[in-house]
Design a protein around this ligand. Structure first.
Ligand SMILES: NC(=O)c1ccc[n+]([C@@H]2O[C@H](COP(=O)([O-])OP(=O)(O)OC[C@H]3O[C@@H](n4cnc5c(N)ncnc54)[C@H](OP(=O)(O)O)[C@@H]3O)[C@@H](O)[C@H]2O)c1
Length: 288
């Protein structure tokens, strides 16, 4: 297949491009270093020339915080919606949208709401679409995974409040397999949550990451929510991930029923093991 991947320089896009190339597909890369800025791709006409001879589109563009001219409405909603309409016009039927867990009816953050608007646009079109909503993804190269890894290796692990926020992190190889299956599955027009099989508290997740580094368990520093929010308010100027809204999303947790994903994949998603933190590929022995 000729597959146009947007966000191909990012964690998910890059990993998908590598896996899909290895599987014999041709990749048409889209990102700013390839000369395509989503801020200038806001109409169907902007996209049509790029869709010639394309069999499938995977949209992996996203930001975790707004900065300068990088705005949620433009990057998460307007440009992808124009792309999806262009696909409908050009006859590119297979369209995969990498959304995010929580971009549903319970969404409250600008991040999730802007993702959901694009998801709704895609779902409204007569295409063979998949809206894929990953939980926190772990594996080498992910920005959030690397931030959590750094926190996990501190002498004391800082968590918000009691640190009991419920997470179902998912390994990047499960995201890759879901995308691979979505490219050819006859069961299109699906919204799938991509979550791991185990629910784990945030503090315990960081201890697990710490163990993956060969470090023993350490003490937890419980930071009251209001102090964490104040720190994020200042910290967002230094790291776009440190947004007060991102802390509120973490407070809500990242969990969902994993059985629809397991049914779609024909196997359980992976349980976290130390080796998986440093590998992008499927383990040879499955922990299911
Ligand atoms: N990683 C996770 O744990 C996770 C979990 C759930 C959902 N997601 C969602 O999945 C998507 C991809 O995540 P990721 O971890 O791969 O993010 P990432 O590593 O930060 O990559 C983001 C991609 O978006 C592109 N991009 C940003 N601004 C752009 C612009 N103005 N024009 C064109 N491209 C632009 C970047 O390309 P440039 O080289 O041009 O900057 C990069 O390729 C995001 O929407 C994210 O919200 C991620």
């Amino acid at each position: 297949m000729n597959i146009l991947i947007t966000g191909v320089s990012g964690f998910i896009g890059r990993t998908l491009a590598t896996a899909l190339s290895a599987a014999g597909h041709q990749i048409k890369p889209v990102c700013r270093s390839e000369g395509v800025d989503f801020k200038q791709m806001l109409s169907v006409e902007h996209w049509l020339p790029r869709l010639k001879d394309v069999d499938a589109v995977i949209n992996c563009v996203g930001i975790i915080g707004e900065r300068g001219t990088q705005r949620f409405a433009v990057l998460h909603t307007q440009a992808p919606s124009a792309l999806f309409h262009a696909c409908a016009q050009a006859g590119v039927r297979r369209v995969l949208q990498i959304s995010a867990l929580g971009a549903d009816e319970s969404a409250f953050s600008a991040y999730h709401l802007s993702k959901r608007s694009a998801d709704d646009c895609l779902r409204s079109l007569d295409l063979d679409w998949f809206v894929l909503r990953p939980s926190l993804i772990y594996g080498p190269g992910g920005k959030s995974a690397e931030l959590f890894m750094r926190l996990a290796t501190l002498p004391w692990i800082p968590v918000i409040g009691d640190g009991q926020q419920a997470l179902q992190p998912v390994h990047i190889s499960d995201v890759v397999l879901t995308v691979m299956k979505s490219l050819t599955s006859p069961e299109a027009k699906q919204t799938l949550d991509i979550v791991g099989p185990d629910t784990i508290a945030f503090a315990e997740w960081l201890q697990t990451m710490r163990a993956a580094h060969g470090l023993s368990r350490t003490r937890i520093a419980h930071i009251p929510l209001w102090i964490a929010m104040a720190a994020a308010y200042v910290g967002r100027y230094f790291n776009p991930m440190l947004q007060p809204e991102n802390l509120r999303m973490l407070q809500r947790g990242y969990w969902a029923d994993f059985t629809p994903l397991a049914r779609f994949l024909g196997r359980l998603p992976h349980t976290a093991t130390a080796a998986l933190f440093f590998s992008q590929s499927e383990p040879t022995r499955r922990a299911s």
